[in-house]
Design a protein around this ligand. Sequence first.
Ligand code: PAF
Length: 328
Amino acid sequence: MSRQNFYKTTALAFAMMFGSAAANAAPTELVVAHALSATSHYAVGAEAMNADLAKRSNGKFKLTQSYGGSLGGERELAEGTQIGTVDLAIISTGPVGNFVPDTLILDIPFLFSSYEHAHAVLDGPIGQKLLDKFPEHGLHALAWGENGFRNLTNNVRAVKEPADVHGLKIRTMENPIHIEAFRTLGILPTPMAFTELFTALEQGTVDGEENPIGVILSANFADVQKYLSLTQHIYSPAVILIAPSVWDGLSEEERSWFLESAKAGVKAMREKVRSDADNGVAILRDKGMKVVDDVDTASFQTALQPAFDEFSKKFGKDNLDAIKNFKQ
Ligand code: PAF
């Protein structure tokens, strides 16, 4: 346990021993780290979680945010919660499969047909079973949050069909499923931490990237990218992680507060993702991006068939069908 977390755990133990006196004591402050800006859906989610937690705990806990990857990229944030140098983190599943391989199934392109479908799966027994896998790998997950459906941006050409992406150098997350899918499409995938991406786009180290509309907006990618194609090729879940060293120091009641307040955070995060998706394209157009909104989705799905065959072997057709056909 880090020194920082030792003090926190000790403070928690004291708070539990001295009961109501703790209500008047200074709150235990925990930092929620993420890679996005203060206007992003992760920031909105973390703020809603903080407000809910403050209410439930009668002011015993306070969450403050560390924005913009200042504590590291998403892989480092997952590692940080693992070893206790980061208290809580909100990250996409991008790097998570490198820690909890079962979650990679969620990163398959065109697996989810809508936000409602994704929420039903993630909030139901399949999502819970996956959350339960995290402790086996030294992590603890409170809830599935949301990053959103990903769309392609680039500086070379308008992308409408698979032939248009051939030979493009596209930054991907450090995620083997995404990398395999992109390679199948003839893209040159370049895995890179998000914290390095703006400069890489500005300097032309990569031609493009892919992210949900809210990220493209809040990261100001319109300043460095010309074309936006509404490919919606992958639904990108997020997850709220808590350091096991923090979790282990909480009482059962306190754990229930964190679990419930994480749900409030997820609700606000999803609302923000949805409003960015609904309103953001017009803003990006105004900022000068050339938007392709008639992407030939069916031909992308056909071109991805060899990758789908591989994923079916890797994860089992029954498991994929259980997600694709899930009804609440
Ligand atoms: O592209 C990524 O790495 C992720 O989508 C991001 C922007 C860090 C949000 O989780």
